[in-house]
Design a protein around this ligand. Structure first.
Ligand code: FES
Ligand code: FES
Length: 173
């Protein structure tokens, strides 16, 4: 009888929301499970586990990434950002998060972490989005609760507030 060697764990050192972080992962461990179960960062949700629903969206080195299609060992040496990094402080929401709350853009919240990550990434690169651009961004995410309209409203409202904040910062510079 052949005995299978137990999978070796590899060290994974990376930056999580700006903080140096490390853990150990077997080669086949998914980034979703690594973040949630090994690192304790449970803000990233797991839905379909097939790259379809968008619930697990994070950024890796600035690229939007489905964490359910990424191995933990692949982020060794990378800059990983998750929904936990969007708030400026533990007791304060970011502008996009506050707009979601204001416009009731979430109900069960299962899809919300992933949608926030995609919208945050998009708004950083497209500060004056059209409604149809926002629709395109959230087209990669499944929400079974909100009907999407409040999410679009919140995103456009946040974009306007972010643009105003940026104008103010430029005027003060
Ligand atoms: Fe990753 Fe659905 S859990 S896309
Ligand atoms: Fe429930 Fe989107 S708020 S799935």
């Amino acid at each position: 009888m052949t005995r299978l060697a137990s999978a070796t764990r590899h060290p994974v050192r990376f930056t999580l929301n700006g903080k140096p972080t490390e853990g150990e992962a077997e080669p086949r461990l998914l980034l979703t499970d690594f973040l949630r179960q090994h690192i304790g960062a449970t803000g990233t949700h797991v839905g379909c586990e097939h790259g379809v629903c968008g619930a697990c969206t994070v950024t890796v080195d600035g690229m939007l990434t489905r964490a359910c299609l990424t191995l933990a060992v692949q982020v060794d040496g990378c800059d990983v950002r998750t929904v936990e990094g969007l708030a400026p402080a533990v007791d304060r929401l970011g502008i996009l998060q506050a707009a979601f709350r204001r416009h009731h853009a979430l109900q069960c919240g299962f899809c919300t972490a992933g949608i926030l990550m995609s919208l945050d990434h998009f708004l950083r690169h497209h500060p004056t989005p059209s409604e149809s651009e926002i629709r395109d961004v959230i087209g990669g995410h499944l929400c079974r609760c909100t009907g999407y309209t409040p999410i679009i409203t919140a995103a456009l409202d946040a974009a306007a507030e972010l643009a105003e904040q940026s104008r103010g910062e430029k005027a003060d510079a």
